[in-house]
Design a protein around this ligand. Sequence first.
Ligand SMILES: C[S@@+](CC[C@H](N)C(=O)[O-])C[C@H]1O[C@@H](n2cnc3c(N)ncnc32)[C@H](O)[C@@H]1O
Length: 232
Amino acid sequence: MIFDIITVFPEMFTGILEYGILHRARQSGLVDVRIVNLRDFTRDRHRSVDDRPYGGGEGMVFMPAPLFEAIEFCSDKEKNLDSQVILLTPQGKTWSQKYATEFSTIAHLILICGRYEGVDQRVIDCLVDREISVGDFILTGGEIPAMVVLDSVVRLLPGALGRWESAVNESFSTGLLDYPQYTRPAEYRGHKVPEILLSGNHENIEKWRKQKALEKTQQIRPELIAKKTAQN
Ligand SMILES: C[S@@+](CC[C@H](N)C(=O)[O-])C[C@H]1O[C@@H](n2cnc3c(N)ncnc32)[C@H](O)[C@@H]1O
């Protein structure tokens, strides 16, 4: 799978690409992540990517030309692949595990990180396939949302997770939140690990975990249970 991430702050991605599962997935060739500097597609000596909004108002807007050229550059490189252009924006559909699973089957994703007041609407109308939001709040730029998409998709690629990690029983994969986890020691500052987890009875442990996942979801995210019930 290939990611092209279009940004005015390429350096922001250095950290996330160098650690953990993402690093391993890149090293093993499961994913190729290319950070594309939007300013490389400007023609003036100030390397401008933004201008004032028509009609007046606050802030600046990404101009169409650098974005059109950057997106076309990324698409042209991978003409034979199934590609999708994604704009990170608070006006998009809310990101979820369902989308992460769906996107993990797309061969080439081009992610556009907005800044300022956003991007010229003509970019969206002509070139963007989907608009994605990471939640109902406003961040200063699309870089952190792009990292959210990248990280949650890459860990679903077959072979990305190691022996000790699993995407099967996690929160949302089952439609519920995850059950509580414990590790050694069996007692810490007087707080004991539930007896059942030390029992070795896997059938009972499984039942207990299901029950705990249900209780936690009921308490914190009851709408997930309603959704799961409606689907069954
Ligand atoms: C300050 S925001 C622009 C907000 C825009 N004026 C609006 O009200 O929708 C700048 C950029 O940050 C990114 N951004 C901010 N919040 C986001 C969110 N919740 N999800 C995805 N991207 C977001 C987008 O790329 C956006 O273009």
